[in-house]
Design a protein around this ligand. Sequence first.
Ligand SMILES: *[C@@H]1O[C@H](CO)[C@@H](O)[C@H](O)[C@H]1NC(C)=O
Ligand SMILES: *[C@@H]1O[C@H](CO)[C@@H](O)[C@H](O)[C@H]1NC(C)=O
Ligand SMILES: *[C@@H]1O[C@H](CO)[C@@H](O)[C@H](O)[C@H]1NC(C)=O
Ligand SMILES: *[C@@H]1O[C@H](CO)[C@@H](O)[C@H](O)[C@H]1NC(C)=O
Ligand SMILES: *[C@@H]1O[C@H](CO)[C@@H](O)[C@H](O)[C@H]1NC(C)=O
Length: 459
Amino acid sequence: MVTSPLSPRGLFLLCLAAAATTYAAPAPSPDVSVSSSSKSPRTYPIVKKRTPTRTGDDLLSWANNHRSHLQGKYGFETATSSSSKRRDVGVAPLVNYQHDSTWYATFEVGTPAKALNLVLDTGSSDIWVSASNFTPSASSTFSNASSAFSITYGSGAVNGYEARDTFTLAGHTVPGMPFAVATEVSSNLEDDVTSGIAGLGFQALSSANSVPFWQAANESEFSFYLQRSPSTDDVTVSTGGYFTLGGTNTSLYQGDINWSNVISKTYWLITLGGVSVADSSIDIGSTNKAAIDSGTTLIGGPESVIAAMYSKIDGASAIEGADGYYQYPCDSSVNATLTFGNQQYSLGSDQFEVAALDSSGEYCMGAFFSVGSTSASTLQWIVGDAFLSSVYTIMQNGDTARVGFAALADGLNDGGASSTTVARTQPATTSGAAQHKAMAAQLAVMAVLAAVVGQALLC
Ligand SMILES: *[C@@H]1O[C@H](CO)[C@@H](O)[C@H](O)[C@H]1NC(C)=O
Ligand SMILES: *[C@@H]1O[C@H](CO)[C@@H](O)[C@H](O)[C@H]1NC(C)=O
Ligand SMILES: *[C@@H]1O[C@H](CO)[C@@H](O)[C@H](O)[C@H]1NC(C)=O
Ligand SMILES: *[C@@H]1O[C@H](CO)[C@@H](O)[C@H](O)[C@H]1NC(C)=O
Ligand SMILES: *[C@@H]1O[C@H](CO)[C@@H](O)[C@H](O)[C@H]1NC(C)=O
C-alpha cells in the first residue's frame, strides 16, 4: 500500500500532468466545423477510479444509486422502492470489490490549458464540467453561450449554462467546443477525482443539441481498451487502459473485428443476439436493443429475462434492499455470454461476480441486474464495463454507424484461469513474424504501463 501526504487527486493530477504530452493550441475560433476528414489515430492513456473499501450497506446503497441513475438516464419506468425492507448486511469490509469503477481521461481545457479529468461516457452526448474545477475568467478562449443547461438523472441533476472553449484529447484540439459549465451538481454525481463527464454518443442525444467531441474533432471512429485492476490492489486510481481517437490501435487487440450496425444514432444502440448463463441459453424474446455504455459499471436488462437468468443458478435470489439485483452463492463459479453479430462473447466468473455482500463471503452480487419494466422504452439492455472490459471496443460513424468488438491482445486483462475470453470463430492466423511483432507490441505495452505505474508509485 502506498501512503502519501498528498491527496490522491493532487497526486494523480501531478502524475498525469507529468505523463501527458502537450500539444500547441491552434488559434482560437468560435465555431466548430464538422466534416469527415481523417487524420492518423492517436492513443491516450485513460485512468480508472474506484472506491476501495465498502461495507455491505454501502454496496447496497451504491447498487440502488447505480440503478436509479440508469432509470433516469434511459427513461425506464421506476418501480416503487423497497428500501424500508432493507436487510442488515453487517459492516465488515468487502472482500472483493470491483463494483464501483469509472474510467476517465484527462482533457486539456481553455487557454492556458487546464487538465480536467472527465468520465468517458458513450451513453450520453454532452460535455459538462463542474464550475468548482473550472474558472471561466481564467481562460482567454472561453465564450459564454448564456443559455441554461440542465440534465436530470434518476438520482440527481446537473444545472448550469452553455459555453464554448478549446478542448484537447488524444492529440486532437477542438477550438470552440460546446460544453456546459455546471454550477449545481447533486452530490451523488460528484467525486473528488473527476470534474465532469464527456459524452461520446450521437448529437441527437445531446441535451444542448451539441456535436459530440469525437465529431467536432472531425473523426468518425474511436476505440477503447478498459483495463481492470486486480481486486487486491489498494489504490483508488490506477492505469485504466487506452482511448484511441481516429481509429484503432492494433497493439491492443487481435483477430477480426466483428461489427454490429447501430439501430438509431442516439446511443451506440445495437442488436443483442442472445444471452446465456451457466451454459443455459435464455430466451430474450423481442428485448434485443442494447446501448453500449462505457459510463455504466454493470449490465442492466429487462426484469423477466434477468429473473430467468438467475433461476438457472442454484441458490440465487433477489437481494432485499437493492431492487433489481440478485445474489448467489460466492462459491459457485458462474459465467455468462452475450451474443452480438452472431459472435458469442464470454464473461468469466470474475466479471459475473460484483462483490461479496458481507465479510463471510457466502453470497455475492451478480453483474446482471434488472432495470425494471422496459415495455415503454426503445431499448432494453445497457451493456456497461463488466462486459466492455472483456473486449476491445470500436465505435464507427458513417452512413451506417456500427460498433465493433475484438479479442484483446494477449496479456491484456488476463486475470487468470477464469478471465474472460472471446470465442473466436475465425482464429487469427499467426505467422512467426506476426507472432514476433505481437510479442514486441505486448512488451511495449507493458513498458508503458510499467512506466506509468512507476510514476504513480514514485509520486
Ligand atoms: C498504441 O497503444 C500503445 C499502448 O499499448 C501506445 O504505446 C502506442 O503509442 C499506440 N499507438 C499509436 C499509433 O497511437
Ligand atoms: C454565462 O451566462 C450565464 C447565463 O446568462 C450566467 O449565469 C453566467 O454567470 C455567465 N458566466 C460567465 C462566466 O460569464
Ligand atoms: C474540421 O474540418 C474542417 C473542414 O476541413 C476544418 O475547417 C476544421 O478546422 C476542422 N476542425 C478540427 C477541430 O480539426
Ligand atoms: C461476426 O462474426 C460471425 C462469426 O464469425 C459472422 O457470422 C458474422 O457475419 C460477423 N458479423 C459481422 C457484422 O461482421
Ligand atoms: C462456464 O462454466 C461451466 C460450468 O462451470 C463450464 O463448463 C464452461 O466451460 C464455462 N464456459 C466458459 C466459456 O468459461
